[in-house]
Design a protein around this ligand. Structure first.
Ligand code: HEC
Ligand code: HEC
Ligand code: HEC
Ligand code: HEC
Length: 464
């Protein structure tokens, strides 16, 4: 077990306690029960993050709009596409459609319209709402079923069912964004834990900043471990999703919408769309560094760095699926690999900062800058290494150049939203990508991060 990850111990303990008893159904209470001014609905200015969580969520967090997204014209178009596939039969409206509600309006009954409310992430509050207001709130709340979202594994497991894909709900609602939905205009799901935490308006304390300022112990904050855990849990969710898709095609009960294999959302978008949406739009020749059909690189890239102990099995699995990509993969093999991968979070060398540092040069050398997904995987690794230095006390003047280089790179990888949220900028869409610019920016950012990492926090700044 990695000594710098006390949360890993917590997870083992909690899992140990929980596995003894049948999980009880928890009672959800709705966002209004969190929203009194003395609890989480204070104004942002002049209050601690925990006091204004509701205010931030209600005014700026896209999750509070998740139900409303189902009322717009884009949602109508997406549902019309489902109707087409189903042979034009009548469909429920998007706000009540079993293909939409599990992710966009997960709360039951009247709370449907709150979208993705507090309890969708923190857990149904019926059993813990009182306990978490008492002294020792965190331990007491968690013991009564509150989800410990400061723990990267618990947090990633909370996000991935909606942001990667999840099992069929008891009432038959699906949690799948298939290529059909994407082609009809649904944004692509492209989840990365640290980026998505940073992408939502935070209603929590920034623990990297607090550690940098010396307010919380550096040993309690592990950005590289969080990065690795995020990658692992996202791939685990992806493997589970592909297993369900594959089982559905084979006639077993997967129960998801996509009843065809290959289900294209499991594959590299650029493998098919690069010519059309990237270089060819601007008349540039396309340099293809790899041939053949590939599985989605965002979830697979650098997994051997994040989870070295599962690397060999996963590499073999990936190449077997890619070699016979037109055949539904073996669902049991996928599930087995997912379970062993998940176990490495607790028992393996997950997120070892020294190993991750050593991998930077190779990662940059082998990354195809024309591939958005591969590049994003490296960028998030560089960001974690930079935050690792900040947590360890490297002053802002020393990290500024690397931070600016990473911000440049991110700008090159961030695209205007398609569809209804026209003013929103997304970090998740393989359009309008400029490989030459990305290649240069990636090399520059990696060199700066490597220099910081190898020289350590106490070394004097080297003139550039
Ligand atoms: C697996 C969970 C999931 C399912 C199922 C799902 N969605 Fe989504 N939807 C999301 C996520 C996550 C986003 C945000 C994606 C992002 O930007 O990264 C989103 C975004 C959207 C948006 C864009 C919102 C905006 O503000 O731009 C619309 C519209 C939408 N979904 C409609 C639908 C409809 C209609 C259905 C049912 C046919 C559906 N969704 C099914 C998870 C899901
Ligand atoms: C989309 C998921 C999501 C939703 C919805 C959500 N939260 Fe959170 N919340 C988080 C995450 C993730 C963290 C912890 C992040 C961390 O500490 O790194 C958190 C942390 C918190 C904290 C702890 C703050 C701190 O600094 O320790 C409070 C309080 C909180 N949330 C309240 C709420 C309330 C109230 C709502 C509803 C109005 C809500 N949250 C909705 C994901 C969510
Ligand atoms: C119950 C399903 C659900 C859960 C759980 C969930 N999300 Fe979301 N998330 C959504 C939906 C749906 C949207 C799109 C909302 C919209 O645009 O109207 C979304 C949007 C987002 C966005 C905005 C994306 C963009 O491109 O603008 C971020 C960032 C995000 N979620 C982060 C998280 C994180 C981090 C977690 C876990 C702590 C999480 N979400 C958990 C359903 C969920
Ligand atoms: C194996 C090839 C293949 C892969 C992989 C693939 N697509 Fe497609 N895509 C197609 C084809 C063929 C069409 C046109 C037919 C259709 O709409 O399904 C299409 C249509 C689309 C469309 C609508 C047409 C357009 O250009 O606006 C979008 C958007 C899209 N794909 C996005 C994606 C995304 C995002 C991914 C990765 C998650 C992806 N595709 C993966 C082959 C592919």
């Amino acid at each position: 077990m990695h000594p710098r990850r006390p949360w890993a111990i917590v997870v083992v303990l909690v899992a140990g306690v929980a596995s003894g008893a049948e999980p009880q159904p928890r009672a959800p209470l709705g966002v209004s029960s969190c929203a009194s001014a003395g609890c989480h609905a204070a104004a942002e200015a002049g209050h601690a993050p925990w006091q204004s969580s509701f205010t931030v969520w209600a005014t700026r967090d896209p999750h509070s709009q998740a139900h409303r997204a189902l009322e717009g014209p884009l949602a109508e178009r997406i549902v019309a596409a489902i109707a087409n596939r189903a042979g034009g039969g009548p469909q429920p409206s998007a706000t009540g459609h079993p293909a939409c509600v599990a992710c966009h309006a997960p709360s039951p009954g009247a709370a449907l319209r709150e979208g993705v409310g507090c309890e969708s992430c923190h857990g149904a509050a019926g059993d813990w709402v009182v306990a978490h207001t008492l002294p020792g709130w965190k331990t007491r709340g968690n013991a009564a079923g509150m989800v410990d979202l400061a723990d990267p594994e618990a947090c990633a497991r909370t996000c991935t069912p909606c942001h990667v894909g999840g099992p069929l709900r008891a009432d038959g609602a699906t949690m799948e964004v298939s290529h059909d939905l994407i082609a009809a205009g649904h944004p692509r799901l492209a989840f990365e834990l640290r980026s998505f935490k940073a992408g939502a308006p935070p209603h929590w304390r920034d623990r990297v900043a607090l550690a940098a300022a010396g307010t919380v112990p550096a040993a309690d904050v592990d950005p590289v471990g969080e990065w690795a855990t995020g990658r692992i849990v996202a791939l685990e969710a992806y493997l589970g999703q592909v297993a369900r898709q594959s089982a559905t095609v084979s006639g077993a009960s997967g129960g998801l919408l996509a009843d065809t294999w290959p289900e294209l959302s499991a594959f590299d978008c650029y493998g098919c769309h690069r010519q059309a949406v990237a270089a060819a739009d601007r008349g540039q020749p396309v340099a293809t560094s790899r041939g053949g059909v590939r599985l989605e690189p965002l979830v697979w890239s650098l997994i051997d760095v994040a989870a070295p102990d599962a690397g060999a099995e996963l590499t073999a699995l990936r190449s077997d699926i890619e070699r016979g990509w037109w055949l539904p993969p073996d669902a049991d093999r996928l599930r087995g690999a997912a379970a062993r991968l998940a176990a490495t979070v607790r028992t393996g060398r997950t997120g070892d900062a020294a190993l991750v540092r050593q991998a930077v040069e190779r990662a940059v050398a082998t990354t195809d800058p024309a591939n958005w997904d591969e590049t994003v995987a490296v960028v998030t690794m560089l960001e974690a290494l930079l935050d690792d230095q900040r947590v360890k006390g490297m002053p802002g003047e020393r990290t500024a150049a690397a931070a600016a280089a990473i911000a440049d790179l991110r700008r090159l990888l961030t695209f205007e939203a398609q569809g209804s949220g026209a003013t929103r900028v997304r970090f998740n869409n393989p359009r309008a990508h400029d490989p030459a610019a990305v290649r240069g920016a990636l090399a520059a950012a990696a060199a700066l991060v490597e220099r910081l990492s190898t020289r350590g926090p106490d070394a004097p700044a080297r003139p550039r």
